[in-house]
Design a protein around this ligand. Sequence first.
Ligand code: SF4
Length: 338
Amino acid sequence: MDPLLQLQNVHVTFQTTGGTVQAVRGVDFTLNKGETLAIVGESGCGKSVTARSIMRLIPEHSGKISQGSIKLEGKELLNLTEKQMREIRGSRIAMIFQDAMTALNPTISIGEQIKEGIIRHRKISRSEAKKQAIEMLTLVGISNPERRLKQYLHEFSGGMRQRIMIAIALVCQPSVIVADEPTTALDVTIQAQIIQLFKDIQWKTGVSIIIITHDLGVVAKIADKIAVMYAGKVVESGPVRDIFYRPQHPYTKGLLASMPRLDGDRSIPLTPIPGTPPDLFAPPAGCAFAARCPYALEVCREHQPEETVVDSQHIVACWLQDPRAKQVYPDLAEATGT
Ligand code: SF4
């Protein structure tokens, strides 16, 4: 079966006064129907830029998708004109942002903002659009939807605003929703409600979800598979269980070791990853994690690690897992515990 969404070797660059930033450096992943993919990594690793590149929302004056392929249902999005992309945005792929107050218009009623998308893509009457808007608000758990349609953003709490953004994203029944840090600005109880809402909606509509987050707790609750990004690349990807219970990349292990766990030994302090990510104006020739990696080998600093298939869909880009490195360094497994 062909994937619903496929990214291959996607590169995104930004021109700045200081030079060219290589923000995304060859990202590959696939998303199937009804799946949830979580893209995780530190701030600046390229996860949000990757998400925006799927929507072709890279600001044209400074950035560009310089290489690669992004296919939705087999159709190459990078070949479409801006007018054709406007038809895809909202109707086939929709985006949910972190902060509704900046993503939505505070001077237009919620009802008008929900109806706008339906009327634009569906060419239906205003009364039919209103009916669908009421259905959407009901679906995302907003009570008294007819009255709520007339209200403005400032009349809703943070969690309610997030529900409204989800309603707007869903209104044209897209195949894919891209949610960029959708729970970061919420407190934990509201965060749990929004995660549950995503799961309920996916169960009811079959929509596929890409969730961008740095919160591994959110990932554990919602994702089917994970792509771990570091310095503009996916360094490890696979089913959620493999990444949580059998991580292979030292960076993934570092992320998990720095995450508090309710079932963990609380007397053991959390271990932060020392150092900082590399400068993406001039990325290193070898592995971008080498300067922070406790297992870095000579080859790591000189050559980019290639992808190694660990197990079926579990893929890692690390020399430790490369069969050739194990031939050169026979004691590798013992030294690194891999
Ligand atoms: Fe560490 Fe080398 Fe693997 Fe990079 S390739 S994560 S430096 S062991």
